[in-house]
Structure formats: C-alpha cells, structure tokens
Design a binder for this molecule. Structure first.
Ligand SMILES: [Zn+2]
Length: 397
C-alpha cells in the first residue's frame, strides 16, 4: 500500500470506486483505434490520519502530460478568460507592485499570467509541452517543466524571489506535494503570497459532484486538510473563498497575513458539517451511486424508445459521469468546440468527436450535457435546434 501524499500514513479507507478507466484527457486518433488501450483502476480513498481524500496509486503524470498531447487549453473554455482576469485583478490590487515577480504553477496557455504581462515580470511553469508552446506563442514566458524544488531553485537563481506564486487547478495533479511546497518556500518572498485554486471536497459533497474524479486529479482538498499540511512548513491559509468554478472550487491564500473573516467562517463551516470525517465520505458515495443509477435509468429508457443521444462536450468530467453510471456506447457522438478534439474518438468506447456544425445533418433527439457549469449557456445557444437535453443529474429539459 502506498503512503498518504500529505502525512505519509497508510491508514486508508475507500471512498468510491469507478473501476478500470482510461485516461480521459487523451482522445484517440483514427489510426490508433485498433491498438490496445491501457485502463487503470480509479479508486478514491481517504487518509484516516490527515483526512486527505485521494487517489492512492496515481498513474505516472508523464503519461498524462508528456507522452501524449494534453487537450485542455484554458483559453478554449467559455467564460474562463473573464474569470481569471478577475482573479488576477484581485491579487494585483492587494499584493503586487511593479517589478514583483509572479510565477504560476501549471500555467496552461497563459490565460492568468497574461493579465500581468504589461505590469510586471511573469513566468509560467507548465508540464504539457503542446500547451506550454501555446503560452509562449501568446507572449507569456513559460518553461516546460513540472514545478519541483529543483525547478523553483533554478527560477530563484535566475529571476530572484517571487512575490506571488499561484496554481489554479493543478495542485490536484501533483503527486509529490512536499516537493512542490519546498519549491514554494525556496522561491517565495517572506511577504509573498502563495495562492491556490483547487477542487473543493466540500463542494463535491454538497453537490454530489463526482465528475471531478478522474486519473488526473490525485487529491481532493479542504481548508482543514491544507492547514494540516502547511503546519509542517510554518504556514497557514489566511484567506479563502469558494468560487463557482467547476461547481464550487476552493481558492486559498497562504502567507504571513492576518486571517480574514471569510476564511474563519469557512473553517468553522467545515468543522460544523463534519466535512473531514469518513462518515461524510460514506454519505457522499451513497449519494453519487444513487445519482449515477438515475442517469443510467434515464438513458436506458430513452434508448428503449429508439431515441438518439449525443454528448455535448467531450470533456474528462463527462467521461467520469458516464463511467460511474455504466453508460458506454449509448451515445452516438460527442460535439466539442475545441478543434484539437474534433476528428478523434473517446477512449475505450470509441465514440467519435465532431464539431457542432458537422452535427447539423444528424441531430440527436437529446444532448447529454457533460459540463453542468455550462448547461445554461449551452441550452440557450441550442434553443432553436429543437434538441432536448439530459443533465448530469438525469433531469430532462
Ligand atoms: Zn494522510
């Protein structure tokens, strides 16, 4: 048995088991469709010593980021540009003076750092080669690396210490959190701020959200878990908020600053709701299984009536929903706006991914919306098509 990513303990209890699953951020090219594909067990556990909910045996992240083209470009996602600009403005107004170095871990195509380029030096650290190249093309200096202690020290040597280190939706992808944290300590100024936006276990529990569980996400966080982790480094979360991204993300600020009231309230809410307990994990599993079964029942019923169903958005989150529900070949195709995905096939089930335009001559009766956070946008956009919708909780619109 592997050791807990935060505390090194090995006292785990199972939270939820998705069975053998493929890597969901890599779609398959037509010429590779006959090749054998690897699947990996997708099981989530909770450490009973520090309460981190996690995938204990993660697959090598080189498989995810460097062996294949990573297909998630932040700038392709609707609404994210505005979202990250607001985040950048908040940090800029409170903590950044001209000349301060800003470093982002997992900077993707530079969507966040781009907001600072005019003011102050920035550096992105992005492991996916194709995505890092896109950032450089966008004018955001980026190195194609995982953020490790070694890389952080190299940056410090060349650029000096950073006032801000930020990581959005990438910390969950890191296996060695301690290596990252040593890097942050080496690189961050004494009055610097380390800001993280990550998945929020509290939001997942509240919304019965299991779409965020896939091989890329090794850890599922709470403020309590973060504070347990940071103690070892003499740090704490001083500010925190829950943002609407991904159905409820946790945004935290770490550094030597007084704790804000909204942070205190969130910590209290976690304690009052027993969020970090194993009982909460069990309730979560029960609720997820009920939801997944409901979704499968709706899809089966529509199929038995001869209805055609297509997926809207060939995204990792959608594949997790389908995986737990046991929906395999019921969908005729996926539409996706990202040109990098079009013409490819989903792993294992080989459902084709086409552009929305190409779907016009074979419209389904129902679109299954794989990204609940974009459901309203999609339904509005598709109003004229006459196609109806299946939402992730099995409701039909
Ligand atoms: Zn632990």
């Amino acid at each position: 048995m592997k050791k807990c990513r935060i505390c090194g303990g090995s006292n785990f209890k199972e939270v939820i088991n998705f069975g053998d699953s493929p890597l969901v951020n890599s779609l398959i090219e037509l010429q590779d469709i006959t090749k054998t594909e690897e699947v990996y067990p997708l099981v989530v556990h909770q450490c009973q010593d520090c309460y981190l909910v996690q995938i204990v045996n993660p697959i090598d992240n080189y498989k995810i980021y460097q062996d294949v083209d990573y297909l998630y470009f932040s700038s392709d996602m609707p609404g994210l540009f505005e979202y990250f600009r607001t985040y950048a403005d908040y940090i800029h107004n409170l903590y950044v003076k001209p000349g301060d170095l800003i470093v982002e871990i997992g900077s993707n195509d530079g969507i966040w750092l781009k907001n600072f380029v005019r003011w102050t030096p920035v550096l992105g650290v992005e492991p996916a080669t194709n995505v890092a190249l896109r950032a450089i093309k966008n004018g955001v200096p980026t190195i194609n690396q995982f953020f490790t202690e070694r890389v952080a020290k190299l940056i410090e040597k060349e650029f000096g210490q950073a006032k801000i280190i930020m990581g959005a939706n990438c910390i969950a992808h890191l296996n060695d959190l301690h290596d990252m944290m040593r890097g942050v300590l080496a690189l961050l100024k004494h009055d610097g701020v380390f800001s993280v936006e990550c998945n929020y276990w509290g939001g997942m529990v509240r919304n019965t959200n299991y779409a965020l569980i896939y091989h890329d996400h090794f850890s599922y966080f709470t403020i309590g878990v973060w504070n347990n982790f940071l103690k070892e480094y003499g740090l704490k979360v001083f500010d925190a908020e829950v943002t609407p991204a991904q159905g409820g993300s946790l945004r935290i600020y770490i550094g030597d600053y007084p704790q804000t009231e909204r942070c205190q309230l969130l910590v209290k809410e976690e304690e009052d709701s027993n969020l970090n307990s194993y009982e909460t994990c069990l309730k979560y599993r029960e609720a997820c299984m009920t939801k997944a079964k409901g979704l499968k029942a709706i899809v089966d019923k529509l199929k038995s009536e001869g209805k055609k169903i297509a997926g809207y958005g060939a995204a990792a989150k959608g594949f997790s929903l389908l995986q737990l529900a046991g929906i395999t070949t019921e969908l005729d195709y996926f539409v996706d706006d990202s040109p990098a995905k079009q013409g490819k096939f989903t792993p294992v089930n080989h459902i084709p991914v086409i552009s929305r335009e190409d779907a016009n001559d074979r419209l389904p009766d129902y679109f299954f919306i794989t990204a609940p956070n974009y459901a309203n946008v999609i339904m509005k956009k598709e109003k004229r098509s006459g196609v109806r919708f299946i939402l992730e909780d099995g409701t039909i619109r």
